[in-house]
Design a protein around this ligand. Structure first.
Ligand code: GLY
Ligand code: MN
Ligand code: MN
Length: 328
C-alpha cells in the first residue's frame, strides 16, 4: 500500500503512528558510505536527534541497509532517467569536441558544458566537474578548472549532469589541438584496451573487487610496454607498494544513482538493474599525461549496456569529431 502525504503533514503523521501503540521501532536514515566523512553536523543528523529527543522510549533502527539494497538495483523508471541524464552529458561532451582549442581556459570549456546541461533540463552537475588539461589531469580531484589550454596537451573531462536527482558520470580524454601525439596515442590506447577487457566483467555475479584487481594486472602489463618500468622491476617490487600504483592510484568502478558514488552493500554481487561506472586511467605526471575513460554500464542478464554507447571513444572517432567545426 502506498501512502503519500505533503511534507507539512509529517510531524503529525509521525506522532499518530509513534504513539498509536503499534509503532515500536522507528527506522531513521543516514548516509552510510565507507569513504564518507562529514566534519559538520548534517541536516540528516539533526533530524535523527530531533526524532530521538521527541520519542526517547522507542526502539530505533537504521534504514540505510534496507534502502541501500533497494538503491543498488534500479527500476525501469530509474534506468530510463539515468539514460536521459547520460544522453545530456554525452551532448555536453560532443559540444567540447567541437569547441575545445588551444588558448581557451578550462573554465570556458566548463561554461560550454553547463550551457548544454541547463539547456537540456538537467538541474546541474552531479558532482564538481573536472576539466583538467596537461598535468592537471594527474591531480585526481582537480576541480579548479582555471588553466590555459596548451597546444599539444591532452584535456581530461570528468563530467556528469544530474537529472531528476539521478546522476551520470562520464570521463573522456582528448587532444586540445585535435590530434594525439604518438606517445599520447600509445598511452590512450593502453587504457582503452584495458577498458574493453574489463567491460566483460560487468555481468551477474561480478564484483568491484574483481574489476579492480583485473585492471591493475592488465595496466601493469601496459605500463611495462609503455616503458614506465620493467618486468624485472615488478619482480623486485615491494608487494605493499606495487609500481603500477604510481600511475593508477584509484578504484575503477562504483555504483551510480541518487548519488554519484551511490551507497552500497559492498558484499552484494552484481545483478541485472545495477548501474556501475567503468573508469580505468593512467597518470604519468612526469610527462604531463593524464588519461581516464569512463562509461556507465547497466548490468543485464548477459552483456552490459553502455549508457554512453555511440559517444566517440576511439582515437579516430575523437580526431574526426574534433575536425568537424559545426556548432549546434
Ligand atoms: N566523478 C567522480 C568519479 O568518477 O568517481
Ligand atoms: Mn567520473
Ligand atoms: Mn566515476
Amino acid at each position: 500500500m502506498k501512502t503519500i502525504k505533503g511534507s507539512n503533514a509529517f510531524w503529525q503523521f509521525l506522532n499518530d503512528i509513534a504513539l498509536s501503540g503499534y509503532g515500536d521501532t522507528i527506522f531513521l536514515n543516514s548516509y552510510e558510505y565507507p569513504k564518507y566523512e562529514c566534519a559538520v553536523e548534517t541536516i540528516q543528523k539533526r533530524f535523527v536527534q530531533q526524532v530521538k529527543a521527541k520519542y526517547p522510549m522507542h526502539n530505533y533502527g537504521r534504514s540505510a541497509p534496507i534502502l541501500n539494497a533497494l538503491r543498488m538495483v534500479k527500476s525501469e523508471d530509474e534506468i530510463a532517467i539515468t539514460k536521459q541524464a547520460c544522453d545530456i552529458t554525452a551532448k555536453a561532451f560532443r559540444r567540447c569536441l567541437e569547441t575545445v582549442k588551444p588558448g581557451m581556459y578550462e573554465y570556458e570549456v566548463q561554461a560550454e558544458i553547463e550551457y548544454i546541461f541547463k539547456k537540456n533540463g538537467a538541474s546541474g552537475h552531479a558532482y564538481a566537474p573536472i576539466i583538467a588539461s596537461g598535468k592537471n589531469a594527474c591531480c585526481l580531484h582537480y576541480c579548479k578548472n582555471q588553466s590555459l589550454l596548451n597546444d599539444g596537451d591532452l584535456i581530461l573531462f570528468d563530467i556528469g549532469c544530474e537529472l531528476k536527482n539521478y546522476s551520470s558520470d562520464l570521463s573522456r580524454t582528448i587532444p586540445i589541438n585535435g590530434k594525439f601525439t604518438e606517445r599520447q596515442r600509445d598511452c590512450y590506447n593502453a587504457v582503452l584496451r584495458v577498458m574493453k577487457e574489463i567491460t566483460k566483467l560487468y555481468r551477474p555475479g561480478g564484483t568491484i573487487n574483481e574489476i579492480n584487481e583485473t585492471t591493475y594486472k592488465l595496466m601493469e602489463q601496459e605500463m611495462i610496454a609503455l616503458g614506465l618500468f620493467t618486468a624485472e622491476d615488478v619482480k623486485k617490487q615491494n608487494p605493499d607498494k606495487p609500481l603500477y600504483k604510481k600511475y593508477l592510484m584509484h578504484g575503477v568502478s562504483h555504483h551510480i544513482g541518487l548519488d554519484v558514488h551511490d551507497s552500497i552493500d559492498k558484499f552484494k554481487l552484481f545483478e541485472p538493474g545495477m548501474i556501475l561506472t567503468c573508469e580505468p586511467g593512467l597518470y604519468i605526471r612526469e610527462e604531463g599525461i593524464g588519461i581516464r575513460i569512463e562509461n556507465d554500464l547497466l548490468i543485464t542478464e548477459s552483456e552490459p549496456i553502455n549508457l554512453f554507447e555511440g559517444l566517440p571513444t576511439e582515437i579516430e572517432e575523437i580526431e574526426a569529431a574534433m575536425g568537424n567545426i559545426s556548432l549546434a
